[in-house]
Design a protein around this ligand. Structure first.
Ligand code: FAD
Length: 546
């Protein structure tokens, strides 16, 4: 029977090992793991630090002992693989407890070494005994102990990705003063700026001091004083480095395997490297973006688990291609969820792909049933044929299921027209008879079918400044709470009678609160022969960006 050696015993590695044993009980599986724990819940680590997960033991999904007893794996924990010797088909291993080194033969090698946190070369960072990264159980224990023993008051988190944002919440749970620093102008890169703005609101509402658009330029006084690029100084008793991760590609690189531009190990659709005896999976590899077809690095748990299963199937001749990654993800940010799938507007722009977008602001469930919460959603799609590129949602309720439905639609090759046809579960406590996903379908199909021309909130100021006519079709009272500078107020119900005020010789732009009345106004004007554009998401989307 085959001898399969796996490097890395957590998400991808443990999944592969379990599936292998189900496919062939006789297979000899050796799992090397540098750390002391296998198959633990990385994704739960911030919640243990925050105290939401109370028992440390709950993080251990499986233990070495249980896995060995159930599957008969040969688990070598605290053992690092230091080299791959492709000619001999062996790996060199070092027992980190005893210092012993040895070689282990393989028929098939599976690399699932993950990704490691980026530690930027900021002056003074190495002298900061209060700065931590968060990847594994020892990191978690260190942060947990530091909080218990040193009782820090001021925490600074560097990096506004999902780990940074989750840590901001966890440290607020522990009653620390939290500053979150993000070098970009927004947190959570999978969101476009107007949706990220809602996450910013939520962070500020929960007393997180959010610093955007500035990086840290120096760590001083053993890391207790951080200097930002503009000279601002911050006191920090505890600093979390959550700048991002990069693939652990060193072993593969040294063995002459191909590494892509993203730093990920290059594999074919069967997850095989250029050496057919060596497969690679998880955070360490480069994958195909399932929407754009480009090579990307998307370090998330779903891909690692899916690839773990597929790799086992492929090793045992059950040829299964990995279809690519869409980056479907979600994070809890205090009282809201921020979720996304596929390509957002920033990505589509970067790739030069022609797209359109719609924004909606529905309630999570029927307005007349108590407990409905505002939901902000955005869909990106091909304006020619309605192919769905991606979606984003931020809200207290129901963001998760809408993004999951759209992720399913993208995987199934559905178009925006098909979204109109999805028959989704409805009763007033859960949704509306027209679910937000259906509404996105209607709004997007109107654009594809040429019934509405969108204009995006970020373009509006420039249009007005250049003398464009923007009609705000809301009621005058609504303008008291804010309006787009330079807009002219003609309420929707008056529009038909006041057409004389609207010149026909140039494009007209219409805007309302969320986009719905703007749509009605634009259909009216279109029928009167106007070249009309509706502000996607209305004043609500515009205001979120300010
Ligand atoms: P890992 O699970 O990281 O496993 C790799 C293992 O390989 C490591 O234990 C490492 O010690 C070992 N290793 C590396 N090199 C060697 C070597 N040379 N020899 C021996 N062993 C080696 N994803 C989500 O989708 N949702 C979430 O909510 C989420 N939350 C997260 C929160 C945190 C704090 C972290 C750190 C990650 C989170 N992730 C989340 C990401 C998710 O955990 C990873 O995508 C997933 O674990 C990747 O699986 P993997 O097998 O590639 O790597």
């Amino acid at each position: 029977s085959k001898k399969i050696v796996i490097v890395g015993g957590v998400a991808g590695g443990a999944t592969a090992a379990a599936r292998i044993s189900r496919l062939d009980k006789q297979a000899h599986v050796v799992v090397f793991e540098r750390g002391d724990h296998v198959s633990y819940a990385n994704c739960g680590l911030p919640y243990y630090i925050g105290g939401v997960i109370k028992e440390r033991d709950a993080l251990f999904v499986q233990t070495k002992e249980k896995l060995t007893a159930r599957y008969g794996f040969d688990i070598r924990a605290l053992t690092e693989v230091t080299a791959i010797n492709r000619d001999q088909k062996t790996v060199s291993a070092k027992n980190l407890a005893t210092g012993e080194t040895y070689e282990e033969r393989y028929d098939v090698l599976v690399l699932s070494p993950g990704a490691k946190p980026v530690v930027p070369p900021i002056p003074g960072i190495n002298e900061a005994a209060n700065a931590f990264t968060l990847r594994n159980v020892p990191d978690t224990d260190k942060i947990h102990d530091f909080i218990e023993k040193k009782k820090p008051q001021n925490a600074v988190i560097i990096g506004g990705g999902f780990i940074g944002v989750e840590m901001a919440e966890s440290l607020r749970e522990r009653h620390l003063n939290v500053t979150l620093i993000e070098k970009q102008e927004q947190v959570m890169a999978p969101l476009d700026p107007e949706l990220a703005a809602l996450v910013h609101d939520q962070l500020r509402l929960n007393d997180v001091n959010l610093v955007l658009g500035k990086g840290v330029s120096a760590f001083e006084q053993e890391g207790t004083v951080l200097t930002l690029e503009d000279g601002t100084k911050l006191q920090s008793d505890l600093t979390i480095l959550a700048i991002g991760v990069r693939p652990e590609n060193e072993l593969a690189k040294a063995a002459g395997l191909d590494i892509g531009e993203t730093g990920g190990i290059v594999v074919n659709q069967f997850l095989q490297t250029k050496d057919e005896a060596i497969y690679a999976i998880g955070d360490a590899i480069e994958v195909m973006d399932r929407v754009s077809g480009r090579s990307v690095h998307i370090p998330l748990a779903w891909p690692a688990n899916r690839q773990g299963r597929i790799v086992a199937d492929n090793i045992f001749g059950k040829k299964t291609p990995y279809k690519g990654t869409m980056g479907t993800g979600i994070a809890k940010v205090f009282d809201v969820a921020a979720a996304a799938t596929g390509n957002n507007e920033k990505t589509l722009k970067k790739y030069g792909i022609k797209y359109a977008a719609v924004h909606i602001h529905p309630s999570s469930n029927a307005g007349y049933y108590p407990g409905g919460m505002p939901l902000a959603m955005k869909l990106t799609f091909d304006p020619e044929n309605g192919t769905i590129f991606g979606a984003q949602a931020v809200g207290a309720k129901g963001a998760d299921k809408r993004i999951d439905v759209i992720a399913t639609a993208i995987a199934g090759g559905l178009t925006v027209h098909d979204l109109q046809d999805l028959e989704l579960a409805y009763a007033p406590p859960f949704s509306s008879a027209k679910d937000p996903v259906n509404m996105l379908g209607y709004a997007a199909a109107n654009i594809v079918d040429g019934e509405v021309q969108p204009v995006y909130a970020q373009e509006v100021d420039r249009i007005v400044q250049n003398g464009g006519l923007l009609i705000d079709v809301r009621d005058p009272m609504e303008r008291d709470a804010g309006f787009i500078e330079g807009s002219v107020n003609i309420p929707l119900n008056d529009l038909k009678d006041r057409l004389a005020e609207v010149p026909k010789d140039k494009p007209v732009y219409v805007s309302c609160q969320v986009g719905m009345r703007g749509y009605l106004a634009s259909t009216l004007l279109r029928q009167e022969g106007y070249d009309v554009h509706n502000v996607s998401g209305g004043y609500k989307t515009y205001a979120a960006m300010k």
